[in-house]
Design a protein around this ligand. Sequence first.
Ligand code: CO
Length: 206
Amino acid sequence: MGDADSFLAANRAWARRLVEADPRAFERMAAGQAPEVLWIGCSDSRVSATQVIDQPPGKVFVHRNIANQVVPSDLNALAVLQYAVEVLTVPHIVVCGHYGCGGVQASLAAPGHGAVARWLRHLRQVRQLHRAELAELRGAARERRLVELNVIEQVRNVARSGVVRDAWEAGARTTLHGWVYDVSDGLLTPLCRRAPGGASLEIAPD
Ligand code: CO
């Protein structure tokens, strides 16, 4: 797979296969979407939202950025969250981080420059918040723990958002989940969960 034409050829083959398997698939999709989950994940090419939970088109509403962050001043993330909760009324919101995350690795190194460095300032705040726990760890263990802590903090950010709090107050059953994906075996592990009406985040036993 090298040139853009091969992507277009792959697209035609994919659409043909989908219709062969389910002749009305595109007819239904043209009528609208009713996704069951908002997926907030990393932009990393190895962690494709629909593929890792094996879902067809129409099931997963997606927001991705470097290191799966939900920054309270990020209008893009907030707009996705609002639309998913208020219009699509998704029953589940997943924040998914992954081991081997380049954004997390960079946040543990000396600050770089430009937009990436500015974006990673938020991740450095997570690192700072958990500095005591992280100081006990070295190398890969420290990096893996920061991946996990970042997921937990981003789920907290979703729970604190006005959109989600208002929805819960109005009786919505939206449940928040924090998961981590392992690029070395393709498996997801739950880290935390926040049910509607729950007073705080339930951290999964390790
Ligand atoms: Co990543």
